[in-house]
Design a protein around this ligand. Structure first.
Ligand SMILES: *Cc1c(COP(=O)(O)O)cnc(C)c1O
Length: 353
C-alpha cells in the first residue's frame, strides 16, 4: 500500500474473481459460469468495418437499440432499461446510491455484495441461509435495509419463485428489493414482469452468462422509471460512456436473436439434468439447480480434494474455502462433451481413493 492510499479504505478486501488461466484451450474451464457457446451469429454480423470506424465517436446517449430490443423482449418501455459495464457496475450503483438504510443479504450469495458495502461504506446486515441452503423470506421481514437477492442464488443454484419474490416485496413497500437475475434464464421466471406493479423492485441482469458476452461487459437494470432515472443520475455523475459502442451493438443483436438464446439455454438445461443425475448416481449431494452451474458435494472426499484432483486432470471448477462451503465445489455446466469428461474424471478420482 502506498502512503497515498486513503486510510478510510485501508481495510478494503477486493473481490477475488475465478481464475482466468492463459492456457484456456488446454483446460476444461468450468469455474466462472461462462457459456461454452460463442456469441450469436447476429453479433458477428453487427460488428462491421463501418461500425468499427464509428469507434472514433463517443457512444450514443439516450435511448439505444439495445434498450429498445430489451424493452420489446420484456414488454416494458425503453426508459425502464438501464445499461452498465457488466451487471457488477449496475450493482455498484445500487449499493452506492440506493441503500439509505444499509444493505441486507444472505451469508452465502454473490461474493461481491460485501465488497461493495466496504467500498462505499454501506452498513451491511447478513442473514444466514437455512441449514439446507434455502433462503427463507420470513427472515427479512421487518428489516429496513435494501435487500439484495441473487435469484437463482450463487453458488447454490437454488431459486425462489415469483410468488415468493412478490411476498418479499409486499413485506414492506417502502423498502427496495434488488433481484440479481444473473442466472434466471436457465429455468427461472424473471421478476421483470412485476416492475409495473412494484416501484420497490429493481431487477439486475447480465449478458455474461446466458448471452455469451462475458468479455463484452454488459449488464442491465430494469425497474420503474424513477429508479432508472436515479441510476442514470449516478452513472452520469461517474462515467456516462461506460458501455462502449461495439458492446451496445453486440447486446442489441444478442437480445434480438431469441432463437439462438433459447437454443443455448435449453442445451445448458438439458446438460445440467444429465450431469446432475450422473453425479448423484455416484453419491454426490446436489441441490436442484436453476442456474448454469451445480453446487456439488462429492461426499466421498472433501470439496478441496475433488477440486485439486480435477485440476490435475485439466478440469477447473470453483472451490470456496469457508466453513459452510468447503465440502462443495461449484461446477459450471459446459458443453455435453465437457461434462462427460468431468464425469469420467470423477470416476478415475473415485477409483484412486
Ligand atoms: C456473474 C455474476 C454477476 C456479474 O456479472 P457481470 O455482468 O459479468 O458483471 C452478478 N451477479 C451474480 C450473482 C453473478 O453470478
Amino acid at each position: 500500500m502506498s502512503r497515498f492510499f486513503d486510510g478510510k479504505l485501508s481495510s478494503l478486501v477486493a473481490y477475488t474473481p475465478g481464475e482466468q488461466p492463459k492456457n484456456v484451450r488446454q483446460l476444461i474451464k468450468l469455474n466462472t459460469n461462462e457459456s461454452p457457446f460463442p456469441p450469436s451469429p447476429k453479433v458477428f454480423e453487427a460488428l462491421t468495418r463501418e461500425k468499427i470506424e464509428e469507434l472514433r465517436l463517443y457512444p450514443a446517449i439516450g435511448i439505444t437499440p439495445l434498450q429498445e430490443a430489451t424493452a420489446k423482449f420484456y414488454g416494458i418501455r425503453p426508459e425502464q432499461v438501464f445499461t452498465a459495464n457488466g451487471s457488477d457496475e449496475a450493482l455498484a450503483f445500487c449499493f452506492h446510491g440506493l441503500c439509505p438504510n444499509g444493505a441486507v443479504f444472505a451469508d452465502l450469495t454473490y461474493g461481491f455484495y460485501p465488497v461493495f458495502c466496504d467500498m462505499f461504506r454501506i452498513p451491511m446486515h447478513i442473514i444466514p441461509l437455512r441449514e439446507d441452503f434455502s433462503l427463507a423470506i420470513e427472515d427479512y421481514a421487518g428489516r429496513k435495509e435494501t435487500v439484495f437477492i441473487a435469484n437463482p442464488n450463487a453458488p447454490t443454484g437454488m431459486y425462489l419463485n415469483l410468488d415468493t419474490i412478490r411476498a418479499l416485496l409486499e413485506q414492506d413497500r417502502d423498502r427496495l428489493v434488488v433481484v440479481d437475475e444473473a442466472y434466471v434464464d436457465f429455468g427461472g421466471e424473471s421478476a421483470v414482469s412485476l416492475i409495473g406493479e412494484y416501484d420497490n423492485l429493481l431487477v439486475i441482469q447480465t449478458f455474461s452468462k446466458s448471452r455469451q458476452l462475458a468479455g463484452g461487459r454488459l449488464g442491465l437494470a430494469m425497474a420503474c422509471q424513477e429508479l432508472i432515472d436515479d441510476l442514470n443520475k449516478l452513472k452520469f455523475s461517474f462515467n456516462p460512456y461506460s458501455v462502449n459502442n461495439l458492446t451496445l451493438l453486440e447486446g442489441a443483436a444478442a437480445m434480438e436473436d431469441v432463437e439462438y438464446f433459447d437454443a443455448c439455454r435449453n442445451a445448458i438445461i438439458e446438460t445440467r439434468a444429465r450431469t446432475t443425475s450422473a453425479l448423484r448416481e455416484r453419491g454426490f449431494i446436489i441441490p436442484e439447480s436453476m442456474a448454469n452451474f451445480i453446487w456439488a458435494n462429492p461426499v466421498r472426499i472433501s470439496g478441496k480434494e475433488y477440486y485439486e484432483k480435477l485440476r490435475e486432470k485439466g478440469i477447473l471448477v470453483r472451490y470456496f474455502s469457508g466453513e459452510r462451503t468447503k465440502q462443495h465445489v461449484r461446477i459450471t455446466i459446459g458443453s455435453e462433451e465437457q461434462m462427460q469428461r468431468l464425469v469420467a474424471a470423477t470416476d478415475e478420482i473415485f477409483a484412486e481413493v
